[in-house]
Design a protein around this ligand. Structure first.
Ligand SMILES: Cc1ncc(COP(=O)(O)O)c(C=O)c1O
Length: 404
């Protein structure tokens, strides 16, 4: 469906391009993003928001325009609600460490969070005594709304934060954030969404979802690596502490006092990744011109193809629901008695198929189930084809049958 867009991606224009199926880790970048990064260094290598010469003014203008396009993409109320960070991990840490906590405040997460949305809360539990609790999923990793309602009711007035991934990187399963946010608001709790795996693949409207924070990662949205973002409601950002205090985070400073800048500047200490921000602007332009509902449909179609080839093979167990349409573009499998890394290397060397192997930074899920071989994860995106996912699935089956 999107095969005409393959021409936009340099690595896909090679004579013998790989079947790149590691998009949940990092997507490929189109020419426009690469050109924007190059153009920063070649044409306007200045700093944003500080100097007033032509290079710097050009960067400052492009930064503002980029913030505006991100705010439009997510339907933010104010442009100043968009904060540039270095990745989704940085964004989630800013939320966790920037808010004020009391001992025994309850924070709820799911049982299948990326470490980026688990470790900051575990750290707060260790250091400040907050009470981090896990809402168990159903057996097929889908969200258990009754378990969530029960957890909210158990926490009662102590419930302060519900922080959950919108789509899991382990299995592609989506969390019903809108429903979750509605329930959380009955308890006056804040809702933070880890959107690293949703924002590249579906329309995300922060007003419609009724949430308070959204963390996202540009390198999963065809943007530069080392770039992420945080959206937060202005009334919360205004009272949030900066975890990167320094240059540009204050309006002024004295030897013994300071006046903090307003958001977003308060949270963007030090010189920024300006090449990355210009690349981000190009990535947001690119993604905004694409019908994300159609991307989602395309990914499900690819997932159905992979799933149908491997579903009934002995020694391969799909993580999550058997129905591929409930796993977006992700097909993640457990391999009986085979190390996932060995198969990942073989797939690349023998068939030119690039996938991810290991625990995908969701160690807690694997440790809970005492699985130490990790999983093999193929994750498709708009430029992938049915032939590529078929190649992945058939080569995997051959390898498992040969080794099994
Ligand atoms: C669900 C999820 N959350 C958070 C992250 C961390 O993203 P980043 O590398 O931008 O910090 C990832 C990365 O894979 C992810 O998949």
């Amino acid at each position: 469906m999107f095969s005409n867009l393959r021409e936009d991606f340099p690595t896909l224009r090679d004579d013998n391009p790989p079947a790149y199926l590691d998009n949940a880790c990092m997507t490929l970048r189109p020419d426009s993003v690469i050109d924007a990064i190059k153009s920063y260094y070649e044409k306007t290598p200045g700093c944003g928001g500080r100097s007033v010469h032509r290079y710097a003014m050009s960067v400052s203008r492009k930064m503002s325009a980029c913030r505006r396009s991100i705010s439009e993409l997510f339907n933010a109320r104010e442009v100043g609600e968009i904060i540039f960070t270095k990745n989704a991990t940085h964004s989630l840490n800013q939320v966790a460490k920037g808010l004020s906590w009391n001992k025994d405040d309850v924070v709820l997460t799911t049982d299948r969070e990326h470490n980026s949305n688990l470790v900051p809360w575990l750290q707060l539990e260790e250091e400040f005594g907050i009470d981090h609790r896990v809402v168990r999923s159903n057996d097929d990793n889908t969200f258990d709304i009754s378990a969530f309602e029960e957890a909210c009711s158990d926490a009662g007035n102590s419930l302060k934060m519900v922080s959950m991934s919108h789509v899991g990187n382990l299995d592609g399963v989506a969390t019903p954030i809108k429903e979750i946010a509605k329930i959380a608001k009955d308890y006056d709790a804040m809702v933070c969404v880890d959107g690293a795996q949703s924002t590249p693949h579906m329309k995300v409207d922060v007003q419609d979802l009724g949430i308070d924070f959204l963390a996202f990662s540009l390198h999963k949205m065809m943007g530069p690596s080392g770039m992420g973002g945080l959206w937060g409601r202005m009334e919360l950002l205004e009272n949030m502490r900066s975890i990167t205090a320094g240059g540009s985070t204050v309006q002024t400073s004295n030897y013994d006092s300071l006046v903090w800048s307003k958001p977003p500047d308060r949270f963007e200490g030090g010189l920024g990744n300006y090449a990355g921000i210009l690349g981000t602007a190009a990535a947001i332009d690119y993604i905004s011109a694409i019908d994300l509902d159609a991307v989602h449909e395309h990914e499900i179609k690819l997932n159905k193809v992979m799933t149908s080839v491997i579903r009934d093979v002995n020694g391969i167990d799909i993580i999550g629901p058997s129905d591929a349409s409930k796993r977006g573009g992700i097909c993640s499998v457990l391999l009986e008695n085979i190390d996932a890394h060995d198969i990942a290397i073989m797939l690349d060397e023998a068939a030119g198929v690039m996938v991810r192997s290991g625990m995908h930074c969701v160690h807690s899920w694997f440790n809970d189930r005492k699985v130490n071989t990790g999983s093999l994860r193929a994750s498709g995106y708009l430029y992938n084809t049915e032939d590529e996912v078929k190649l992945f699935a058939e080569t995997l089956v051959e390898a498992v049958e040969a080794l099994g």
